[in-house]
Structure formats: C-alpha cells, structure tokens
Design a protein around this ligand. Structure first.
Ligand SMILES: [Zn+2]
Length: 81
C-alpha cells in the first residue's frame, strides 16, 4: 500500500510493505541510484518524509496525514502484521 507515488505532487515513493515495515523506494536522500530504504515504524517514516521535505523534495500532505492517523490508531510502532 502506498502513501505517495512519484508524480506531479510527489518526489517520493513511500509504501507499507506486505512483509512488514515500510519502504522509501528509490530514495533520493541516499545519493545512490534506485536504492530502497527500509524503515521499521510509521514514526520513522514520518521523520523520513520530513527529511525529504527539508531537502526540498515534494511530499504530499495526505501522505503525512495518513501516517499520523496510523500512529494515532496503531501506536508509534505501527502495524503488527
Ligand atoms: Zn527517502
């Protein structure tokens, strides 16, 4: 399930992975080509998306809102698969 995909409103492709945890696919913050960052919790992913914004990347508000909703609903550690 994706929080945001690359497109006119997003420079970031962030998902919750079916195997658990979260991914930032092709993360531009790493400086590596097409590198996927593995992220354990929604809190960490939210911080990661904020780091993208700080670096000048577009991250849609709905992605951040959805993560905040999940943290409220499931806690800081996120989904227990
Ligand atoms: Zn990233």
């Amino acid at each position: 399930m994706s929080y945001c995909r690359l497109g006119p409103d997003s420079d970031v492709y962030a998902i919750r992975h079916v195997d658990g945890g979260y991914r930032c696919c092709g993360c531009s913050l790493t400086g590596l080509y097409n590198y996927t960052v593995h992220i354990a919790t929604p809190t960490e992913l939210l911080l990661h998306l904020q780091a993208h914004r700080a670096a000048g990347d577009m991250v849609p508000r709905y992605a951040m809102d959805r993560l905040r909703d999940e943290i409220r609903e499931y806690g800081r550690a996120g989904w227990a698969e």
